[in-house]
Design a protein around this ligand. Structure first.
Ligand code: AMP
Length: 210
């Protein structure tokens, strides 16, 4: 099963993705995490995207699609993927459809975590203090939110016309949101659950030359 966790920055996509990984043996693919790893390891790609990310702008479709393609190729036996922070543009959504079709699969479910702007700002301000992520500063956050509204939100009609979109109240606490997400996805198709899948070891080493 392939799931997209959808929502604005700080909506809780990463938190819910990690829960699904441990419950359903799916592989989380977070383009934000991949790009931060590239930066942390000081690769050319990392250097190229650093300024863009810190400003809160979107990295090019070409780069993020290549990251996702690589991961799909590296995990042929995956039970499914949780896409977290991808796709963010219509071009990315179309590329994802094509990639999955080439692997005889598709996007099964898109879950939108609905959180109002004021709550997002409160969350991101807290995270900025706790984790010091540069793009969580108020100026960059404003840009990220604007990009979400102008580009990423266009994907809502894209997926709703396909009958794949479900909205979940993302304002509730983590456990309540998780219960709601599970309800949308139905029974855990892993049976016993709890065999966490991880992104293949060595991926970053191969991709970023480290
Ligand atoms: P995130 O952790 O998902 O909030 O992503 C952090 C930053 O990485 C974003 O603000 C963008 O600069 C970049 N980024 C992550 N995913 C994408 C994507 N799918 N398309 C374009 N840029 C992305």
């Amino acid at each position: 099963m392939n799931i997209i966790l959808f929502g604005p920055p700080a909506a809780g996509k990463g938190t819910q993705a990690k829960k699904l990984v441990s419950e359903r043996s799916l592989i989380q693919l977070s383009t934000g995490d991949m790009l931060r790893a590239a930066r942390a390891s000081g690769t050319e790609l990392g250097k190229k995207v650093a300024g863009i990310m810190d400003r809160g702008d979107l990295v090019s479709d070409e780069i993020v699609i290549a990251l996702i393609e690589e991961q799909i190729e590296l995990n042929p036996a995956a039970k499914g993927f949780i896409f977290d922070g991808f796709p963010r543009t219509v071009a990315q959504a179309e590329a994802l459809d094509l990639l999955l079709t080439q692997h005889n699969t598709k996007v099964h479910s898109v879950i939108r975590l609905c959180v109002d702007d004021e709550a997002l700002l409160t969350r991101v301000t807290k995270r900025f203090k706790e984790e010091g992520r540069k793009d969580d500063n108020p100026e960059s956050f404003k840009v990220r939110l604007a990009n979400y509204n102008s580009q990423t939100a266009l994907l809502l009609p894209y997926y709703s016309t396909q009958g794949k979109l479900t909205e979940v109240d993302g304002m509730a606490d983590v456990a309540t949101v998780s219960t709601a997400v599970s309800k949308v996805l139905g029974k855990n198709d892993n049976g016993s659950g709890f065999s966490a899948a991880v992104v293949k070891k060595g991926f970053f080493a191969r991709l970023f030359g480290k």
